[in-house]
Ligand binder design. Structure first.
Ligand SMILES: [Zn+2]
Ligand SMILES: [Zn+2]
Length: 340
């Protein structure tokens, strides 16, 4: 048995490597995708199909909204390492530039009847055939000889991303390994929302309003602005990330009908907790960083080239100035205090 597993691993290693490269390629282009296996693959040796059924790795994703699968075979030849399948509707296939497949060995057939082949040497003829057909769903099937070939086909259909890499990988409850482009993504196989998108009901610790939190307990109360945090309840009178005031003070402010805005003391306590905070004043950003043991560095200016140093929190409260005014006197006019 051990030997069988060893042999199988050896046999599948190269197909797995290609599947991983495909996954990396899609992640770089921010295409949501899932890793899976396909079990109904029949082997064709020479011109003969044999009935040996064996699973092959595949990657599922969507191109221009069309369900797409790329399969990486274990049985390879010089001009064949696997194939790609797209499942477009009639409208979708007519809108695709089929020229993209011209350099590959490809077939277009109906999804339901699977009798006729629609592709011909002449692309216009191909489109004609599709337009006239009674099929409403199609399959585009193409063999590929190497990864570059499939990358170039996929690349032509990708809607170019604005960001540079997919944001999250996780194992879906349906068992597939998923890579998604944004926190809002969902599983391309079963459609279930990603754990980052899924929300759970929670009660705001400050105002008791029912709000939503994610799997990590993070979220924001729409009523009072408190950021949900599972540690806040354990350190009620301390300022801890991600809030800028303590839970007890937030409750007090809320009772008094006041905004949950940190005073200078709260802000500096947040700084001591986290090490990097900032605020805006007259459209300029001011950043605080640690300096030495207890020291504080405050930098600002268009290129952060204005700098002032303070030996500790007390020194900062007493002496930090902006335009000849003490920060403590103008703190009420400061905007967007927060963590950096
Ligand atoms: Zn799933
Ligand atoms: Zn609240």
């Amino acid at each position: 048995m051990k030997k069988t597993v060893k042999n199988l691993n050896k046999l599948y290693a190269s197909a797995f490597e290609k599947m991983t490269k495909m996954s990396e390629f899609l992640a770089k282009n921010c295409v949501d995708h899932a890793l899976d296996f396909h079990y109904g693959h029949r082997i064709k040796i020479g011109k003969q199909f044999t009935n040996e059924l064996y699973p092959i790795p595949l990657v599922r994703f969507k191109l221009k909204g069309i369900k797409t699968e790329s399969f990486f075979d274990v049985y390879t030849k010089e001009d064949y390492i696997g194939y790609i399948k797209l499942y477009p509707s009639k409208e979708e296939i007519l809108s695709l530039d089929l020229e993209v497949f011209a350099s590959l060995k490809y077939l277009i057939y109906g999804y339901n009847y699977q009798q006729e082949l629609y592709n011909s040497e002449d692309l216009n003829q191909t489109k004609n055939n599709i337009e006239k057909s009674r099929d409403t769903k199609f399959i585009i099937y193409a063999d590929f000889a190497n990864l570059e070939q499939i990358f170039s086909v996929v690349d032509k259909f990708i809607i170019k991303p604005t960001q540079s890499f997919s944001t999250a990988n996780y194992k879906c409850e349906c068992g597939h390994y998923i890579t998604i482009d944004s926190d809002q993504g969902s599983c391309p196989v079963c459609g279930k929302n990603s754990p980052f998108k899924r929300k759970f009901k929670a009660k705001c610790l400050v105002c008791q309003t029912v709000c939503l939190k994610d799997q990590y307990g993070n979220g924001r109360c729409q009523n009072c602005g408190w950021t949900l945090d599972k540690f806040a309840n354990r350190m009620k009178s301390r300022v801890i990330y991600p809030n800028l005031i303590s839970l007890n003070k937030a409750k007090k402010l809320y009772r008094e009908n006041k905004h949950l805005k940190p005073d200078l003391d709260d802000f500096l306590e947040a700084f001591e907790f986290y090490g990097e905070t900032g605020f805006e004043y007259k459209n300029l950003m001011f950043c605080l960083f640690g300096h030495g043991d207890d020291g504080i560095e405050m930098s600002w200016g268009p290129n952060d080239d204005e700098v002032a140093y303070f030996k500790d929190k007390e020194d900062f409260i007493q002496n930090a100035k902006i335009d000849n005014e003490y920060l403590r006197d103008i703190w009420d006019k400061v905007e967007n205090p927060g963590y950096l």
